[in-house]
Design a protein around this ligand. Structure first.
Ligand code: SF4
Length: 392
């Protein structure tokens, strides 16, 4: 696979909570997130499942789920339909790894949870026949004072966001997250989630909704809420506006993404743009492996092909010189050839590659030679780097 072209920075008309949160840790990551072409990177299967979860919750909140077993069937069908749609648009590498959306890890478990939560959320709904077949008509319609997927913009136009559920009667905002609560820090909300809720509360207040509380509801059914303090909300909004200005000054000055990068082991961990981020490859050391995973850049010195159960597999030997993997000879074992041939030609001996999110080393008999394994679930990918790696 060839690396995507680095996008050009542009000024932002407005800043969203997700851009704000991302840019606080790395402005380059936020820039990739905003300006990279859709589907330029494989992303994660979790993003597909998250999209399905949101769609099912939206259906429930709009009052379009019938009660009981019919509601469960309808919610399940919605989850499956959205999964198919998102899977069809997913990066070809992801589609090469999984034969269907139902084959992605945790699919059935996440679907069952989404259905359960949607049925709970739809309790007490009133009839909303808009666009619904008569057989789909269920319990009573949502109050017109409940707003679903509401896009709001601050009065000055500089902050904008889309709120999953805004309940005027309960003076509450709800945001749905398909993942789990933060594991560290002992809090039920991560700092970035609190910031997001504050910005949503700011948008709601700016557009005339008197909001007193905001909550994250997770895919496992747990809810974590914050009370809204007008001062904190205003401070967060000022910080978001200031960050937008900083970003725009950099864009207007013609800076590129690499100049905005803030590589660090905790920050780069899990970054989907890492394969193409030169500052990461320049800064990372083997000490980053624990936090960032095994990512190696090096020159291909040998290639061997084999066929196992009808699948053509390629083993690459690389001389690794940069990244979060140890330096020296690495053997990247049994990569399906079709993974290498997506969006470009497979690498050749003498070319430079970036192997990202490989499975950990297994000890080998030869101390100086180490093996990496490709792993469908760990998002392993092999990219052709633009130029040969320079040892540092
Ligand atoms: S890899 Fe690190 S430095 Fe590069 S964009 Fe991602 S978070 Fe920023």
């Amino acid at each position: 696979m060839d690396l995507p072209v680095v996008p050009k920075l542009e000024e932002l008309a407005s800043i969203s909570p997700s851009f704000y949160n991302t840019a606080l840790s790395c402005k380059a990551k936020a820039g990739w997130f905003r300006f990279a072409p859709q589907g330029a990177f494989p992303g994660t299967t979790g993003a597909i499942l998250g999209g399905c979860f949101h769609a099912v919750m939206e259906l429930a909140n709009r009052g379009r789920l019938p009660a009981g077993a019919a509601g469960a069937t309808r919610a399940k069908a919605e989850f499956d339909a959205i999964a198919l749609e998102l899977f069809a648009k997913a990066h070809p590498l992801l589609r090469a790894k999984f034969r269907s959306p139902a084959a992605v890890p945790y699919y059935h478990q996440r679907r069952a949870r989404a259905v359960e939560m949607a049925l709970k959320a739809s309790t007490g709904a009133t009839i909303d026949t808009t666009g619904s077949a008569p057989s789909e008509v269920g319990p009573p319609a949502r109050s017109p004072r409940m707003h679903i997927e509401k896009k709001l913009t601050a009065r000055d136009g500089f902050v904008t966001g889309r709120i999953d559920l805004l309940d005027e009667e309960r003076r509450k905002i709800t945001d749905y997250k398909s993942g789990h609560a933060p594991r560290e820090g002992g809090s039920s909300l991560a700092e970035n989630e609190v910031r997001q809720l504050h910005l949503y509360a700011h948008l709601a207040r700016e557009t005339g909704y008197d909001i007193a509380a905001a909550a994250i509801v997770r895919g496992d059914g747990t809810e974590a809420a914050v009370n809204i303090s007008p001062d904190e909300v205003a401070r967060e909004a000022d910080a978001a506006r200031a960050l937008r200005s900083e970003f725009n000054i950099a864009a207007a000055a013609g800076k590129d993404l690499a100049e905005l990068a803030m590589p660090a082991r905790e920050i780069c961990a899990g970054c989907p743009y890492l394969p193409a981020c030169d500052p990461f490859w320049a800064a990372a050391t083997p000490q980053w492996e624990e936090a960032c995973g095994t990512n190696a850049e090096g020159t291909v010195t040998e290639m061997h092909s084999s066929t196992v159960s009808g699948t053509e597999l390629v083993t690459l030997t690389i001389d690794a010189s940069r990244g979060s993997a140890p330096r020296g000879v690495l053997i990247v074992e049994q990569i399906p050839n079709r993974w290498l041939a997506i969006n470009g030609d497979p690498p050749l001996v003498g070319e430079s590659v970036r192997v990202v999110q490989a499975a950990r080393f297994s000890p080998t008999l030869e101390k100086e030679v180490r093996a990496l394994h490709v792993d469908r679930f760990k998002s392993t990918a092999v990219w052709r780097a633009a130029s040969p790696a320079q040892p540092i």
